[in-house]
Design a protein around this ligand. Structure first.
Ligand code: DX5
Ligand code: ZN
Length: 215
């Protein structure tokens, strides 16, 4: 059964408590929180105070996806805000190994996200240190985009490598995940699905989460 991580980027922020309750009562496994700085990505979303408030509204793991430059400057603050998983971008981190160690030392699960143009092979020398690899299946910055089909072969390649090495690393896939393509993403080797628009724009979000869970 896949891990389901709804992205709150697509929720109604005027009803944040209700949206959190909805996820709490659903089969969702993680809360996926998309933090954007308007520099690494061409969009600004929300930051530490919102993460801290969402933390208060759930006991499910908060999977924080940092689409920001210099994430190391803020890692300790995100721990305080209540992040359980902290995911940084490969493309934003010239000293990725240091960033990953910092996250783990702070007591969070460490994840690395890769953009659509970044080959999975570039993770070869950091894979052993990662709890999560986030394969971006759209260009980060916006919800509601189309899944890039080439992502499937990246997922397959990475899954093969992880299995070869016998690692427990979770492969998470983020962007354009729908009820139509979710099965092929799981079959390619993903363990966890991020999905925003499909869940929050659905007539019945809770039933939609259940459908993702039982594909
Ligand atoms: C994109 C974000 C995603 C996004 C997914 O930059 O990282 O988490 O919110 O949303 P959908 O499911 O709408 O593609
Ligand atoms: Zn995300």
């Amino acid at each position: 059964m896949p891990i389901i991580a709804p992205s709150l980027l697509a929720c109604n922020f005027l009803k944040l408590q209700d949206e959190c309750n909805l996820l709490n009562e659903s089969e969702a496994d993680w809360f996926h929180l998309d933090v954007m700085d308007g520099r690494f990505v061409p969009n600004i979303s929300f930051g530490l105070p919102v993460v801290a408030q969402i933390r208060e509204a759930t006991s499910k793991p908060c999977d924080v996806h940092l689409m920001i430059e210099e994430p190391g400057k803020y890692a300790a603050d995100f721990k305080i805000a209540g992040a359980d998983h902290l995911i940084v971008h490969y493309e934003a981190c010239p000293h990725l190994h240091r960033n990953v160690q910092q996250i783990k030392t702070l007591g969070m699960k460490a994840g690395v996200a890769i953009n659509p143009h970044t080959p999975v092979q570039l993770l070869q020398d950091i894979l052993h240190d990662l709890d999560i690899v986030l394969i971006m299946s759209v260009n980060p910055g916006f919800g509601g985009q189309q899944f890039i089909p080439h992502s499937l072969s990246k997922i397959q390649m990475l899954r093969q490598r992880i299995d070869q090495l016998g690692l427990p690393t979770i492969i998470e896939v983020d962007g354009g995940v729908t009820l139509e393509n979710a099965k092929s993403i799981i079959e390619a080797g993903a363990h966890s699905l991020v999905t925003g628009t499909t869940i929050f724009k659905a007539a019945d979000p809770r039933a939609t989460i259940s459908r993702f869970k039982h594909l």
